[in-house]
Write a protein of this length. Structure first.
Length: 125
């Protein structure tokens, strides 16, 4: 996924515009958002909604970095490969974690996910 490009168009100094260039494959989601804003009606309410959305986008921009997206693949792969555990009690979970930290009780600890992340990070976005 390519990142959106956000700029401020100040070609009209009396009315600057925020310009967000989004990938064309997100057109439907953008249209839904525009319709929802139109239904909100009250301009103060719309301004608050847009401000909150922009703040959220800024706070979460790290999620769209190449590094973060690579790291997101690791848990997805672990689930797909069945490398997950469920527990009935907290003691069971702590017991497994303790065993994984002790190479004598868990000598073949699976670390392939870390290699997958490293491989992904070596690729260019």
């Amino acid at each position: 996924m390519s990142n959106p490009v956000v700029t401020i168009d100040e070609s009209n100094p009396d009315r600057p515009r925020l310009v967000v260039e989004m990938p064309s494959d997100q057109r439907e989601a953008i249209q839904s958002a525009v319709e929802a804003l139109s239904e909100a009606g009250d301009s103060a309410k719309v301004q608050r909604i847009v401000s909150e959305a922009l703040l959220t986008a800024v706070e979460q921009r790290y999620r769209w970095t190449h590094e973060w997206q690579c790291k997101e693949q690791e848990p997805d792969e672990a689930v797909a490969e069945g490398r997950v555990h469920t527990f009935d009690t907290m003691d069971e979970m702590i017991g497994l974690l303790d065993a994984q930290q002790n190479p004598l009780t868990h000598p073949h600890r699976e670390v392939s996910g870390n290699r997958a992340v490293q491989q992904c990070l070596r690729t260019t976005p």
